[in-house]
Design a protein around this ligand. Structure first.
Ligand code: NAI
Ligand code: MG
Length: 364
C-alpha cells in the first residue's frame, strides 16, 4: 500500500514542543501496527513565519497541502506579537473552511489519575471511564454565518442582523456522521436543540434528526434544549455517548465536555472532511500557551491523543485504541508514570511522550 501522506504543522509556542512527542507516538504506532506513514513538515502558520514573510501562509498553501490525507497541527497564536484574529483567521480557520472540514469532533473521557471537577450527587469523585462522550459539532454553517449587516449606523435607528443558516445538505451530513459514530460506540445519540425558543431553524434541526433516526433504528436518540443540556453535562455526564450540535451549541459543549474531564492539556480534537476530498486536521484543543512556552513542561497528551484520532480516521482503529490505552497506562497512578505540572507532577514534555511511546511498544 502507498504511504499515507501527513502534513505536520507545529505552529507557535508549545505547538513546537508537543508535536514532536505526538510524532514519536505515531511512529511507535506505525511500527507496531505496520502502518505506512510519511510525514512532511511545514514552517508556516506561526509568528516566526509571519515575521519573515509578512503573511501567515504562502500563496500556494492550498496546492501544497491538497495532496495530504491529514494535517497534524500543533497550535497557532502569539498575541504579544500578532493579534489573534490575524494569526488564527490567517491560518487555522482557512484550513477548516477551504478544506470543508464540516465536522468537529472532540472526545471527552475521564482518564485515570485525573480529577474531574464534577462529583457525584453523593459527593464522591467521578471514576475513570464514567465520563466518556463524543461531541460532534457542525463546523461550517448554522449560527456562524456571514449573512447579515448593519444599517443606520451611529443613529437612533441603528440596526444589526446576523442570520442562522441551516441547509438540508449541511445538517444531514453532520447528523449522518454522528449517527455512524453512535453505532460504533454505545448506540446512543443526544441532539442539542432550542426549538422552544428558536422557532424556525431549531425545529428544522429536530425534524432532520427524526428523519435521520429513522435510518438508524439501532441508535437510541434523545434531545435536550441547550440550557438544560449544559446542566445535565455537569449533573449526570455518564448519560452521554454521542452528542451532536449546531455550530454555536457545539462550540459551547465541546469546551464544556473536556473541561468536565480535568486538564485542557489532554483534550484532543479533529476537524474532518469525512468524504476525504480534502485533508482533515487533527490538533489538541489547547492553544499555544505562551505563559509556559519554551520551558519543556507542556502536557503532550492532547497532541498524542489527536494522533490517535488521525489513525482512526485513516482506518486504523486498533492503533487508535492502543494509543488511548497507552495514555491510560501512563496516567494510571498505580503505574507511577511521569506527569507534567498541570497534572500535579514535575515531569517534562519529553518524559511523558517517551513513556506513552514505550507503553505502546510493550503493548499494554
Ligand atoms: P491556551 O490553551 O494556549 O492556554 C490556556 C491555559 O492552559 C494556559 O495557562 C496554559 O499554560 C494552559 N495549557 C494549555 N495547554 C497546555 C498543555 N498542553 N499543558 C499544560 N498547560 C497547558 O489558551 P490561551 O492562553 O487563551 O491562548 C494562547 C494562544 O493560543 C492565543 O493566541 C490563542 O488565540 C491561541 N489558541 C489557539 C488554538 C488553536 O491553535 N487551535 C486554540 C486556542 C487558543
Ligand atoms: Mg471554542
Amino acid at each position: 500500500t502507498p504511504a499515507h501522506r501527513i502534513a505536520v504543522i507545529p505552529g507557535d509556542g508549545i505547538g513546537t514542543e508537543v508535536v514532536p512527542e505526538g510524532l514519536r507516538v505515531l511512529e511507535a504506532a506505525a511500527a507496531r501496527f505496520d502502518i505506512p506513514l510519511r510525514f512532511e513538515s511545514f514552517d508556516f502558520a506561526c509568528w516566526p513565519y509571519y515575521e519573515r514573510h509578512g503573511g501567515m501562509l504562502p500563496p500556494d498553501w492550498r496546492e501544497r497541502l491538497m495532496g495530504f490525507e491529514a494535517i497534524y497541527f500543533g497550535a497557532v497564536g502569539w498575541p504579544e506579537k500578532i493579534p489573534d484574529h490575524i494569526s488564527l483567521w490567517g491560518s487555522l480557520l482557512q484550513f477548516r473552511r477551504v478544506f470543508d472540514q464540516y465536522v468537529n469532533v472532540r472526545p471527552a473521557r475521564l482518564m485515570p489519575g485525573l480529577r474531574s471537577p464534577l462529583v457525584r450527587r453523593d459527593g464522591t469523585p467521578r471514576q475513570p471511564g464514567e465520563i466518556d462522550m463524543l461531541i460532534v459539532r457542525e463546523n461550517t454553517e448554522g449560527e456562524y454565518s456571514s449573512i447579515g449587516g448593519r444599517m443606520f449606523e451611529g443613529t437612533e435607528r441603528e440596526l444589526v442582523v446576523q442570520e442562522t443558516v441551516m441547509t438540508r445538505h449541511g445538517v444531514d451530513r453532520v447528523l449522518r456522521f454522528a449517527f455512524e459514530q453512535a453505532r460504533r460506540r454505545r448506540g446512543r445519540l443526544t441532539s442539542a436543540t432550542k426549538s422552544n425558543g428558536i422557532s424556525i431553524s431549531m425545529p428544522y434541526w429536530d425534524e432532520r434528526v427524526r428523519a435521520m433516526a429513522a435510518q438508524y433504528p439501532d441508535v437510541s436518540v434523545d434531545q435536550f434544549h441547550i440550557d438544560i443540556l449544559t446542566a445535565h453535562f455537569v449533573q449526570r455526564p455518564e448519560h452521554f455517548d454521542v452528542v451532536v450540535a449546531s455550530n454555536l451549541f457545539g462550540d459551547i459543549l465541546s469546551d464544556l465536555g473536556p473541561a468536565c474531564c480535568g486538564t485542557i492539556g489532554i483534550a484532543p480534537s479533529a476537524n474532518l472532511n469525512p468524504e476525504r476530498r480534502f485533508p482533515s486536521l487533527f490538533e489538541p484543543v489547547h492553544g499555544s500557551a505562551p505563559d509556559i512556552a519554551g520551558r519543556g513542561i507542556a502536557n503532550p497528551i492532547g497532541q498524542i491523543w489527536s494522533g490517535a484520532l488521525l489513525l482512526d480516521f485513516l482506518g486504523y482503529r486498533a492503533a487508535h485504541d492502543a494509543i488511548v490505552r497507552a495514555i491510560e497506562a501512563v496516567l494510571d497512578p498505580a503505574s507511577g508514570g511521569p506527569r507534567t505540572p498541570d497534572m500535579g507532577g514535575t515531569a517534562r514534555t519529553t518524559d511523558v511522550g517517551r513513556a506513552v511511546a514505550e507503553a505502546l511498544r510493550t503493548g499494554v
